[in-house]
Design a protein around this ligand. Structure first.
Ligand code: MIG
Length: 854
């Protein structure tokens, strides 16, 4: 896409000098072009294969049975094996393979994959052991180096769908779209590209098989999923190594897990970061923030954090506080703490270029030689919020250490979290709104050979290394507190350092819808801790829009209301008591669900599985196109109106199995043989009429109802309402049991279950055993439900003394509940409207069983 159309070389490996002339003007460049066309020699390795293709060198290795790494170089040696994204210990890991050799191909087999390199023309085929296509080079000229970069073409089956690539817009399924990866400060729009993040990882899903492909290259890269060609997709980079990983599923969850294996998982967040957060660009002077904090409390809007944007600073200079508008900053932080509100402040990376005024970030940064240089070696100065500014050279370990130290005073004042904005980096007067591509960065970093690098190479990782510097600095300043860092720009692997949001969206219904797609694809790209600006950043949210957004955001990983300066107020109470009451109810639900949500955050930390998931992640055989509904964890299905502003009803695409309405406890109305819209459109043959299907159930949720369903076969832990995560819940832990009642004739319903994870919510004691983990099961049979309590592990003491088990789908008030092995019947109560049987049990921490029968 970046280059003139290719002509093919009939020859074998050919190093061709192409003289490119532009529009009949003078010859501009002599461009070496290398196509990799034939295996000329090969040598099996313990863990892969080395291949010579004329002048080109190829090494393919198996890091795991299901992860293959491909490296291709134009010359005789492979480039340095260093990465900002892939953990060093993963790159050192590999497995033994079985070599393959045949007249037509060379390659190897792992326990699950076959890697074939066809000799001539040279093509790389990755297949499963049944010979199914996983990811194959295109027939035509699959690998090509040119203009200092490269492009790779792969076959694209007609039914392959593509997901991932981080925060890209355009469409949920990337097929038919082309994207550029180049971190850019640009507002979110339906098709805006590139945006703030570069995650060169995608997932291909075909039928029941999926794989991931991660191109670990920090230069400007691009991905074309069939915009230019009907039967092949392609990716490439402007420079840097041709180095990619193929991660086999076959399930999408295995792909996500494999990608997390390579690039890491999110840290365990402080629990408060999962609470409700109120932000706005323009909480200044400090009295404004106090009003917001007081109002959150007096209106009983549960909340955990408030934010200060750039205007709390003195002349927008990072690490300063405006003495006029914020005269008593430590006092402000302390007062907020008394109200159980954490303060997050913005600290942009652009250090004001002010010498001789005692502005320490500049003085110490300059003295320590910490700033990015121009090509001529002088300090680069660009205009951003503070005016002329310099930029820390975050690819130096020393510079990151210095940057981390800048937080000392804010940390001492009690600021809880930090927000790294503008780190694409955004430069108002720079070429393309960033710094010149020939600016000089220094790589002085464990695992890398020390060298200088151009901005063209480093650009896409500036945000990630900024976020990392903040994260590591906070860890050093507060070794036993989990950092909270919020970054706008990042690169693959950035999930290891904290949270991100989707940037400057706008207050429109279409952006509410787009936000869900962006969060889903970010989650598939390893970036689990995500949110969008609730209510929209740009523009002013209409009352109903803000309400819906607050409803949906309750089921997103990060839950932050944020808006721009000069827009209408967008706080929860902004549109009067009626709207506020609805909004409060959803924020309360968020807090009631915290045990479930925190358990999801721990799962993300442990496995890399995202908290919000597209339906196909949980139900891989179907629903890969559904992009308005999503799963919050494995058990909750959130089905917002697809077009919020339209009054028409809609039909929910229910995945297989039974579903309960989360709000009413009723079984979702979907009689057997009643397919959803998606099923109808997937199963109906051309020319067939829809009338052979019963009409789908159409729902008309009012503004106060966000349809949320619970998967039959799940146990969802909840807690009594609190106003912040500082508050210890009073009362029992609630365990909502949604049995999967057996079909008529079947002996027993499917097993069901759930889990609970808890710890102190802010230290690292969980790594030393101070956590609480428990698994639950449930089984329904006849008129009987058995709830299993697994043996609890970890030494963290629970806040509850009792558990309230709520069995949904229970037919009547008649019930006998007993803990197996005891003869006492427990007291039960019946909620007829919800068909829910409530049973109070003591805290069951050992391996125990609760039996309920009619
Ligand atoms: O050029 O700091 O995305 O959240 O409020 C705008 C002011 C700079 C962009 C961020 C937005 C933030 C705003 N910032």
């Amino acid at each position: 896409m970046k280059y003139p159309t290719q002509f093919r070389f009939p020859a074998l490996v050919s190093l061709v000098i192409v003289l490119t002339a532009f529009a009949g003007l003078k010859v501009l460049a002599a461009t070496p072009r290398l196509t990799v066309e034939e295996v000329t020699a090969s040598k099996p390795l313990r863990d892969g294969i080395d291949i010579q293709a004329g002048a080109a060198t190829i090494r393919i290795t198996a890091l795991r049975e299901d992860i293959v790494r491909v490296r291709i170089a134009q010359g005789g040696t492979l480039p340095e094996d260093a990465s900002w994204a892939v953990l060093p210990e993963r790159r050192e890991q590999s497995v033994d393979v079985k070599p393959l050799e045949d007249v037509g191909f060379v390659g190897f087999k792992t326990a699950v994959l076959e890697v074939r390199v066809e000799r001539s023309p040279l093509r790389l085929l990755v297949r499963d052991l049944n010979g199914n296509h996983i990811c194959n080079d295109a027939l035509d000229n699959p690998t090509e180096f040119r203009n200092g970069g490269f492009e790779v073409h792969k076959q694209m089956p007609t039914d392959e769908r593509f997901y991932g690539l981080g925060d890209k817009t355009g469409s949920f399924d990337r097929r038919g779209q082309a994207y550029e990866l180049w971190n850019r400060d640009h507002g979110v729009e339906d098709t805006a590209d590139p945006l703030y993040k570069s995650i060169p990882f995608f997932m291909g899903v075909t039928g029941g098989r999926s794989y991931g492909l991660f191109l670990d290259n920090t230069f400007r890269t691009w991905f074309d999923f069939g915009k230019q060609s009907r039967d092949s997709f392609s990716f490439g980079a402007e420079g840097g190594p041709l180095n990619y990983y193929v991660i086999y599923g076959p399930t999408p969850k295995q792909v996500v897990e494999g990608y997390a294996y390579l690039t890491g998982t999110p840290p365990m967040p402080p629990m408060w970061a999962l609470g409700f957060q109120q932000s706005r660009y323009s909480y200044t002077p400090e009295s404004m923030l106090r009003v917001v904090a007081d109002k959150l409390r007096s209106d009983r809007i549960p909340a955990d954090a408030v934010y200060l944007d750039i205007d709390y600073q003195f002349r927008n200079r990072p690490f300063t506080v405006d003495p006029v508008n914020f005269p008593g900053f430590p006092g402000l932080v302390a007062d907020l703490k008394k109200e159980h509100l954490h303060l997050v402040t913005i600290t942009d990376l652009h250090v004001a270029h002010v010498a001789g005024e005692g502005y320490m970030p500049y003085e110490t940064g300059h003295a320590g030689d910490h700033f990015v240089k121009k090509a001529d070696g002088s300090e680069y100065v660009g205009i951003v919020w503070p005016g002329p500014a310099v930029f820390p050279d975050f690819t130096r370990a020393e510079t990151r250490k210095w940057w981390g130290g800048l937080y000392a005073e804010f940390v001492k004042d009690g600021v809880s979290g930090f927000w790294n904005d503008m780190n694409e980096p955004s430069v108002f007067d720079g070429p393309g709104m960033t710094m010149p591509l020939d600016n000089i960065h220094r790589i002085e970093e464990p695992g890398f050979a020390p060298r200088t690098a151009t901005h063209a190479e480093i650009h896409n990782i500036v945000g990630m290394q900024n976020e990392r510097a903040t994260f590591e600095g906070l860890l050093k300043l507060r070794p036993d507190e989990r950092p909270f860092v919020l970054t706008r720009a990042t690169y693959a692997g950035g999930q290891r350092f904290g949270f991100t949001w989707t940037g400057d969206n706008a207050s429109t219904w279409s952006q509410l819808r787009l936000g869900t797609q962006m969060l889903l694809n970010l989650g598939l790209s390893g970036i689990s801790m995500v949110g969008d600006d609730i209510g929209g950043f740009g523009g002013s949210a209409a009352p109903d829009l803000l309400t819906r957004w607050i409803e949906i955001g309750a089921f997103n990983p990060m839950y932050r209301d944020h808006s721009t300066i000069g827009s209408m107020p967008q706080e929860v109470w902004a549109h009067g008591p009626e709207q506020e009451a609805i909004r409060r109810r959803y924020i309360e639900t968020r807090y009631r669900l915290l045990p479930y949500i925190y358990t999801l955050a721990e799962e993300a930390h442990r496995t890399g599985l995202p908290m919000v998931r597209p339906l196909f992640l949980e139900f891989p055989n179907d629903f890969d196109g559904v992009d308005t509904e999503f799963m919050f964890g494995a058990n909750l299905l959130v089905a917002p109106p697809p077009y919020g502003e339209m009054p028409e009803g809609y039909s929910v695409a229910y995945p297989e199995g039974e579903w309960y309405d989360f709000w009413t406890g009723a079984k979702a109305v979907r009689s057997p043989g009643q397919p959803s819209i998606v099923e109808v459109s997937n199963t109906i043959a051309a020319g067939e009429s829809l009338s052979k299907f019963p009409p789908p159930v159409v729902i008309h949720p009012g503004l106060d109802t966000l349809p949320v369903y619970v998967r039959a076969g799940s146990v969802v832990p909840m807690q009594p309402l609190v106003q912040s995560t500082d508050e210890t819940p009073q009362g029992p832990l609630e365990l909502r049991v949604y049995p999967d009642w057996p079909d008529k004739g079947a002996r027993a319903g499917r097993n069901c279950g759930g889990s609970l994870y808890l710890d102190d919510g802010h230290t690292f004691k969980f790594e030393r055993g101070e956590y609480l983990r428990q698994a639950f099961t449930c089984q329904a049979q006849g008129r009987e439900v058995t709830v299993g309590f697994g043996a609890r592990t970890g030494s963290y003491a629970p806040w509850w003394k009792m558990m309230e088990v709520v069995v949904y789908g229970w037919p009547s008030a008649q019930a006998v509940a007993q803990i197996t092995g005891t003869t006492d019947s427990l007291k039960t109560s019946y909620d007829e409207a919800a068909h829910a049987l409530h049973i109070m049990v003591p805290d069951l921490a050992g391996k125990q069983e609760l039996r309920v029968r009619e």
